[in-house]
Write a protein that binds this ligand. Structure first.
Ligand SMILES: [Zn+2]
Length: 250
């Protein structure tokens, strides 16, 4: 099974993008050969996160067997944020990670405000995926401080350092065993090095589909993983096996 662990399909008004219809996302997945996708908001990083999580829920409900939602919250409002994490996980049944974007949401993962959110995530068995790869608030080692403070929490670097900071993402993964790396927009050389040096059960595949991505983006990024000089077993873990295990997908 191939699982794209990083898409942002519904909404996009914060970037002047139009929302991707679910039929377009499914058609792109079909043409790339992707079975399932984890879907996150983009508007929710700026606007009412409850309303945006509802929009996300409505989006994935159009094809719940293939689309899995991961909600967002604003950590600056801990009570509302924790109540929303519970609602999304327990009432709406969202199996995806809590998706946070320190760079766009304007907080640092180092701040103590993340502690109650991380505690709630642990209690709910919810991994936290953070955008990474862009200073000032989203460098991999800044995000990794959360993994250091909460060694039982699964912390996913959403981009494995992107183009400039993949070496730092690699360092974060080596330092903290509860860091998972999502290979999504990572420099190709960085993908090769990360796959060579990090245990294969700690790697995920993502494309950022929907986030202003050009047509063919999913095929291109899937091809990057499929062309790696590693065993088929390792590719299968990166492309879907790990997502199935980490998010409890069937
Ligand atoms: Zn993202």
């Amino acid at each position: 099974m191939i699982v794209d662990c990083h898409t942002h399909a519904p909404g996009g008004r914060s970037f002047g993008l139009s929302s991707v219809p679910v039929s377009d996302l499914l058609a792109a997945m079909d043409s790339a050969g992707i079975d399932k996708a984890m879907v996150y908001t983009s508007d929710g990083f700026f606007f009412d996160f409850v309303a945006c999580n509802n929009e996300l829920y409505a989006f994935v409900q159009q094809c719940p067997e293939r689309l899995i939602a991961g909600p967002t919250v604003d950590p600056r409002y801990p009570e509302a944020a924790i109540a929303e994490m519970r609602r999304c996980r327990l009432e709406l049944g969202m199996k995806g990670p809590l998706k946070l974007h320190p760079w766009l949401q304007g907080f640092s993962p180092i701040e103590p405000l993340m502690d109650p959110i991380a505690e709630a995530a642990l209690e709910l068995g919810m991994p936290i995926m953070m955008h990474d790869g862009t200073p000032p608030y989203s460098t991999p080692l800044q995000v990794a401080t959360l993994a250091a403070r909460f060694p039982s929490l699964t912390v996913i670097l959403g981009h494995s350092g992107l183009r400039d900071l993949w070496q730092e993402a690699l360092a974060a993964a080596k330092r903290y065993p509860n860091i998972i790396l999502c290979l999504c927009g990572t420099l190709p050389l960085g993908i090769e090095r990360i796959v060579a040096e990090v245990e294969p059960h700690r790697l995920l595949f993502g494309t950022d589909a929907g986030f202003g991505a050009a047509p063919g983006n999913q095929e291109y990024r899937l091809g990057q993983i499929q062309r790696l000089a590693v065993s088929e077993e390792v590719k299968a873990l990166i492309l879907g096996g790990n997502a199935q295990r980490i998010f409890g997908l069937s």
